[in-house]
Structures are given as C-alpha cells and as structure tokens.
Design a protein around this ligand. Structure first.
Ligand SMILES: C[S@@+](CC[C@H](N)C(=O)[O-])C[C@H]1O[C@@H](n2cnc3c(N)ncnc32)[C@H](O)[C@@H]1O
Length: 294
C-alpha cells in the first residue's frame, strides 16, 4: 500500500500505547538489572517519555547514516527515536545486559542489537560501520565511570560522526558529565549545549549535546537561508512535541480522575454491601447467644 507524506508523518509519530502490564514489566526488569549491577544500570527505572523525547529531538534526521544508541535498556529512548522519524533499520543499539538485548530484539525488529561494551566502540562496532554516522545517543551512566573512560568514549564517538553529527547524553548530575578540563587525562575539544532540566522525569535530568569543536565552529556559520530553515524546522518540531506532551498530561489527568471516581464508587458499593452483611452478622450473633441460653 502506498502512503502519502501525511500518512508517513502520522505513522512515524503515532505513539503505540505501552500497556500498564508492559510498563510494570519494564520497571521490574530494571529493578532486577539494578540489583544485579547497580553501577552499570545506573537507574532504578527506565527513563520517562519526556526525557526520551528530549533526547530524540536533538537528532537531526536529515543527516545520512546510522544512529548509534548506547545503553538502550528496555528501549524508551529507542521508541522516542522511532517516533521522531528514525526508521528502525538506521538504529544500532549497543547494550551490555543480555536480557535487555533479547527484549530489544523483540521490541524493535529491524534495528541492529549488539550485546557489547559501549566503552570499547572499536571492538563492539567492528565490521558494522562503513560510513560516517549521524548521531550517538547515550543513556550510559557516565558519572559512574572515571573521567578517562568518559573522554575516550566521546572522542571515539566523535571519530565516527558525520560533520554536523552530535553526541547526545543525559545526566542526573548538575554539570556536564563529559569534563572540559579533566584532571587525569587529555581533554576532548567539544562544543556543548544543555537542555532545560526535565523536571517531569524522576529523578529530574538534563540532556547534553556535544559536537567536535571544529565542526561546531563550522556549524556556527551556515548560509542565512539554511539557518532560517533549520530554525523553523526545530521550532515546528518543538511545537509538535509540546502538543504531544500536553495531550499526554491531559490524558493522564483524565485517567487519574476516572480512577478516583472508580475507587469512590467501589468504596460506596462496598459500604452499601456491608450493611446487609453486618445485619446478617448481627443476627447470627443474636442466634448464637439465644441458642447458648436455651
Ligand atoms: C541508565 S540505564 C538507561 C536505559 C534506557 N536508555 C533508559 O533511558 O531507560 C543505562 C543502560 O546502559 C547499559 N550499560 C551500562 N554500561 C554499559 C556498557 N559499558 N555498554 C553497553 N551498555 C551499558 C545498562 O545495561 C542500562 O541498560
């Protein structure tokens, strides 16, 4: 079947509802992984959709090439990337935990899932990358690693990027998780920008976007028309995302209100049902006393 532009747009932004059961299962999987390996899991629950969407929004889908996601876990950011318009077959998902890898394979058919170490990209991606990549999107708990590992990771990722490509990372910390002036290793020359704190995530987080310093300098002087078009596109994307966020919030409010009404009704029904039950109990109690007397 042929799809026109609007169908494609709608399909790419259509958000499959994650069932309550699925969400609880993901929470349980995460807690299990965290209990087994707190240092590398780095969080007790998957990222919320606001954080995941903010990460995805920083990916420029018009840059050709693969997009590498590091530490996808149960896939909330992967899902947001797909909704942002990244086809699954452009995604390479690098995850350490074998159980998460199996889940990702089931959940995102078409994506390449690699069970391996993100801090050793040369080995992990060997034979997979034959053209520059568009972006690296990382949810790795960077702050649990020494400065040297963080700098090596970013500089290895920069070596794979297309001009204009970005390394996108979230953190629960207050400052950039990639140090500008590390004490224990060679610094990486980068340009960085940070998102507003995402307060709706638990715990609140921030997204950092890094570009190789020279690419950043070039990217600062695009043709005015190109700059305007890209600004307009970013603006439109942000407005669409804000509409989606608002719709989600309204849906959540409605669901909570419905739950409150349902609970209230249940309580009342129980109370109403209790009356005859209590009367029966009272009568039974009377009966016992009478029979004891006789
Ligand atoms: C904080 S969780 C984020 C998961 C998911 N992206 C999310 O936002 O909910 C970090 C993930 O990185 C994975 N991870 C940690 N160290 C890794 C490594 N060296 N290589 C690949 N994945 C790693 C963990 O298994 C975990 O799934």
């Amino acid at each position: 079947m042929r799809h026109n532009h609007h169908d494609q747009e709608r399909a790419s932004r259509a958000r499959p509802k994650t069932s309550l059961h699925e969400r609880f299962s993901d929470e349980a999987r995460f807690i299990k992984a965290w209990l087994e390996n707190p240092g590398s899991t780095g969080a007790v629950s998957p990222s919320g959709k606001y954080l995941a969407r903010t990460m995805a929004r920083y990916v420029d889908t018009s840059i050709p090439g693969k997009i590498i996601e590091l530490g996808p876990g149960t896939g909330p950011v992967t899902q947001a990337l797909i909704q942002h318009g990244v086809p699954a077959d452009r995604l390479i998902l690098v995850e350490y935990d074998p159980a998460f890898c199996r889940l990702l394979e089931r959940r995102f058919p078409g994506a390449t899932v690699i069970q391996g170490d993100a801090y050793d990209l040369d080995t992990t991606l060997s034979g997979l990358i034959n053209e520059p990549i568009a972006a690296v999107v990382s949810s790795l708990p960077l702050l649990n690693r020494p400065e040297k590992d963080r700098c090596t990771l970013v500089s290895d990722a920069f070596a794979l990027l297309s001009p204009g490509g970005r390394f996108i990372q979230f953190t629960y910390g207050m400052v950039s998780p990639v140090p500008r002036r590390p004490k224990s290793c060679r610094p990486v020359a980068f340009e960085a920008e940070a998102s507003q704190p995402i307060l709706l995530n638990i715990p609140p987080a921030r997204v950092w976007v890094y570009r190789p310093a020279s690419a950043g300098a070039k990217a600062k002087r695009p043709h005015p028309a190109v700059a305007m078009i890209s600004k307009l596109r970013e603006g439109t994307g942000r407005v669409k995302d804000e509409i989606l966020d608002t719709r989600d919030r309204i849906e959540t409010e409605i669901r909570l209100a419905k739950d409150r009404v349902r609970l209230d009704l249940q309580r009342r029904t129980v109370q109403m049902r209790d009356e005859p039950a209590l009367a029966l109990l009272r009568r039974l109690g009377d009966g016992k006393r009478k029979s004891r007397k006789s």
